[in-house]
Design a protein around this ligand. Structure first.
Ligand SMILES: [Zn+2]
Length: 395
């Protein structure tokens, strides 16, 4: 009897709450809906990040279904600003969107998956300073799941469709004009001349392999570091390679090294080197003013992570190719905060071709035949990089 009474009270409250919600929904009309403004994907190491931009806090449900494998995101009370579009990648093979069924107000998103995946994390971000959107972020991971068949991905890599656009590589010969860079100890070679000759050689070789190549400079002129990044972005570079040669007090130091971006330098020497190279002009942080206002912090960090992973991947290929041909410093792939590596959306590396403070390395770097050899290694690394299934599928 007492239980019955309780249930009745509960039911009464439930009805009352529903009635209030119903009235509120009507009173507010369409403005109560979450207007979905955009759906964005960002590749990650082991999966993909899906970001939805909405006008309100998301009421959602996200879950996986099998046979065929797919991710479903139900968005309650959601409406589209524009019909959503999602491009395919190495994980997502298809996408569709529809209204929620059974008279529920809202939308259902279905992402068809090539392989099984896990929802690694999902969370909501409230509007950050300077923008109004709420964001739902969902990370889909394929690691640790069974991958039934990789064949389709590999097949498309092996035979890229002819209408695919040429990959764009921007080469950045370091220094120039009033900034000579390092100066060789034995032959007084200017770094700016070595980097330019190396850039021209590499350009020839890459073009011969079908890449579209631009240089930040092709003459002896001074270009501020930020401008070099801006040039790479204006060409929509798929890959940015900055060329340098180092110098140090230790005359015995020799070997090639390759750097990718990190806020924390991998060692003291890397830090000192970044400081030397960055001195070419005064850097006051990355400027995103030429980006559209929709670009927000998540997008930037997304793309930075993605670019950083790709940069490291490319650096790995360069090290592999180089070590078969020339001397490398130990742990040749290093990390440092070089200003020219800070484009958030372009995989970027900086190659220190060798030490101008070392007698034999300075002598070698002056020789076209030696630069040709270095160029062959980098060209091979570029080809391997763009053929990497993970990189190729994301382009
Ligand atoms: Zn330099």
């Amino acid at each position: 009897m007492k239980t019955c009474h309780l249930i009745n009270i509960k039911n009464f409250f439930r009805i009352a709450v529903w009635a209030i919600c119903f009235c509120l929904a009507f009173a507010q009309g369409a403005s109560a809906s979450n207007v979905i403004k955009d759906i964005r994907l960002g590749n990650q190491n082991d999966g993909v990040r899906i970001v939805l931009d909405g006008s309100e806090k998301f009421a959602y449900d996200a879950f996986l279904l099998g046979n065929p494998s797919r991710l479903v995101i139900d968005l309650k009370d959601a409406v589209w600003q524009n019909a959503p579009k999602v491009s395919k990648n190495n994980i997502i093979s298809g996408f569709r969107a529809a209204d929620l069924s059974q008279g529920k107000k809202g939308k259902r998103l279905v992402f068809e998956l090539k392989n099984n995946a896990n929802i690694k994390r999902k969370f909501m971000l409230e509007p950050q300073a300077g923008q109004k959107n709420w964001r739902l972020v969902l990370d889909l991971s394929t690691s640790g799941t069974v991958q039934p068949s990789k064949a389709p991905v590999i097949k498309t890599q092996a035979r890229p469709s002819p209408q695919k656009r040429k990959k764009i590589v921007v080469l950045d010969p370091g220094h120039g004009g009033k900034d000579p860079g390092a100066i060789g100890r034995s032959f007084k070679t200017y770094e700016k001349n070595i980097t330019l000759s190396m850039g021209q050689e590499l350009k020839r070789q890459l073009e011969a392999k079908g890449f579209k190549v631009y240089m930040t400079r092709s003459t002896d002129i001074f270009i501020p570091l930020r401008k070099r990044v801006a040039i790479a972005r204006s060409y929509h570079a798929d890959l940015f390679i900055s060329l340098h040669a180092d110098s140090t007090l230790n005359r015995k130091a020799q070997g090639l090294s390759i750097y990718t971006l990190s806020e924390n330098a991998s060692d003291k020497e890397a830090e000192a080197l970044a400081e030397r190279e960055n001195k070419a002009d005064i850097i006051d942080g990355m400027d995103f003013s030429d980006n559209s206002p929709e670009i927000n912090d998540v997008l930037i960090s997304l793309s930075q992570n993605d670019s950083r992973n790709k940069s490291s991947k490319f650096a790995g290929y360069v090290v592999n190719e180089m070590k078969q041909r020339v001397k490398l410093v130990s742990n040749a792939h290093k990390f440092a905060g070089f200003a020219v590596l800070k484009a958030p959306d372009i995989p970027s590396v900086l190659v220190e071709l060798g030490y101008l403070s070392n007698y034999s390395e300075e002598k070698f770097l002056r020789q076209p035949a030696y630069r040709k050899k270095l160029g062959e290694a980098i060209t091979k690394a570029v080809m391997r990089y763009f053929n990497d299934p993970e990189v190729a599928s994301a382009l």
